[in-house]
Design a protein around this ligand. Structure first.
Ligand code: SAH
Ligand code: SF4
Ligand code: F3S
Length: 439
């Protein structure tokens, strides 16, 4: 038998890309590839890219440039670009960087094996279609290998919301939900392979409406189906849109024990004027009332969110409204970004604000967010949480994992193993993690 070919995948961007990279590795496994952790000994390099901000997209080209020497040494090396930059820029990538052999958009990953074969014949391969067939169905190769205690599972993909700043509706296409039975089969398979926590993924995951045995199911109904799987201990989902937060999903946060008390609910701005210009179709007030209802169902839920500062036309008063909203919510985690102009999106055509002003606002917002993150994390000291242990910590004898609230927790205890779910009393809070002892 010939030696297996080696595949190096580098993943950028969101969790869906992480999930997709696993699927691509499995698909190419059928072509005789095994994964390697270094580009140097690879026969194929795949960059799974992100187009969300300009910096993310440009990084791809500097990364590709670095493979020049490698390709010169090894003419058989194939270089591919997948993900959202592939979808957005297509053929242009090969024009800008001729050493690229293959460009594949997120909806065409099931065609990778044929595309790889084409590059082996010396041709270039390009596919950025939005095909009719079910890529997930064709992507399941499923080697029964053991895996770690946590996993992602894509249940919904694409977005019909068209926020004025965002490329996702163009790179991932229209919203599509996977059928319930396929998701349950995949979840059971993950659990058989050692997974105890599943994070359901979708660009608009709470808009999920997949076909079930008796008509479409909501995300909450899907979660209740997953709840029945023995051995699955924890369920999470991301990312949600405020407008799709159904009553049954809010209720599930209070009644489903396996559903973790953490919710990522991006708001983007606290100014109604800006929200409108962003095409967000919710107000600051409606968002705050929604959080009130969620907290009524699950008082200890940890809220997380996303913000954009420096959106076109954002005034100091608009920005102040964002700070006020952050003060009111007290996020346990929040991610804030300086607005990045994305070609082809409606906001790109509008007058942009002074970048120095935007930098200053970003600094001020991040200071406030950091303050709240710290205080929420510090408030865990003295409490008992449950930790799913994922990997050894930095020091010998240490084991690290995540609490229900997604805080990183480590214990110094040689008796704890990867995959254990244990009660832990928190004794200390450091910059980015908590320290605990088994309770
Ligand atoms: N589907 C998710 C997240 C999409 S991208 C949602 O609807 O919330 C993740 C985050 O990137 C967004 O929430 C937003 O805060 C940020 N983002 C998206 N486009 C951006 C842009 N053009 N500039 C800066 N940040 C952006
Ligand atoms: Fe982008 Fe808005 Fe869709 Fe989220 S809801 S993916 S921010 S267009
Ligand atoms: Fe980036 Fe595409 Fe995800 S643009 S954030 S990789 S959906």
């Amino acid at each position: 038998m010939s030696e297996p070919k080696k595949l190096f995948i580098k993943t950028y961007g969101c969790q869906m890309n992480v999930y997709d990279s696993e699927r691509m590795a499995e698909a190419l496994g059928g072509q005789g590839y095994v994964e390697t952790q270094s580009a140097d000994d690879a026969d194929m390099i795949l960059l799974n890219t992100c187009h969300i901000r300009e910096k993310a997209a440009e990084k791809v080209y500097s990364e590709l440039g670095r493979f020049k020497g490698l390709k010169a040494e090894k003419p058989d090396l194939k270089i591919g670009v997948a993900g959202c930059v592939a979808q957005a820029e297509g053929e242009e990538i090969m024009r800008r960087q001729p050493l690229v052999d293959l460009v594949v958009g997120p909806q065409s990953y099931h065609r990778l094996p044929e595309m790889e074969a084409k590059t082996r014949q010396g041709a270039k391969a390009l596919d950025t279609d939005f095909p009719e067939e079910d890529k997930f169905e064709r992507l399941k190769s499923r080697p029964k290998a053991k895996r770690g205690p946590t996993a992602f599972l894509t249940v919904q993909e694409g977005c019909d919301k068209f926020c004025a700043f965002c490329v996702v509706p163009y790179t991932r296409g229209a919203e599509v939900s996977r059928p319930v039975d396929r998701i349950l089969t995949e979840a059971r398979d993950l659990v058989e392979r050692g997974v105890r926590e599943i994070t359901l993924l979708g660009q608009n995951v709470n808009a999920y409406h997949g076909a079930g045995p008796m008509g479409d199911m909501t995300l909450a109904q899907l979660i209740w189906q997953l709840d029945k799987i023995d051995g699955l201990e924890r369920i999470r989902f991301t990312t949600s849109h405020p407008n799709d937060m159904g009553d049954d999903l809010i209720e599930a946060h209070g009644t489903c024990d396996k559903l973790m008390p953490y919710l990522h609910l991006p708001v983007q701005s606290g100014s109604d004027r800006i929200l409108k210009r962003m095409n967000r179709s919710h107000t600051a007030e409606s968002y705050l009332r929604l959080i009130e209802r969620i907290r009524a169902a699950r008082p200890d839920i940890l809220m997380s969110g996303d913000f954009i500062v420096g959106f076109p036309e954002e005034s100091e008063a608009d920005f102040q409204a964002t700070l006020d909203l952050v003060e009111e919510v007290t996020y346990g985690y929040a991610y804030s970004f300086k607005y990045s102009t994305r070609p082809g999106t409606p906001a790109a055509e509008r007058p942009q604000i002074d970048p120095a002003e935007a930098d200053d606002r970003l600094r001020r917002l991040q200071a406030l967010i950091t303050r709240d993150q710290r205080s929420v994390q510090n408030s865990m000291v003295g409490r008992e949480v449950k930790v799913l242990f994922e990997k050894p910590g930095r020091l010998p004898g240490q084991m690290g994992g995540k609490s229900e609230y997604l805080h990183a927790v480590h214990v110094d205890d040689a008796n704890v193993e990867v995959g254990d779910l244990r009660r832990v009393r928190i004794v200390d809070s450091a910059a980015n993690s908590l320290r605990g002892v088994l309770a």
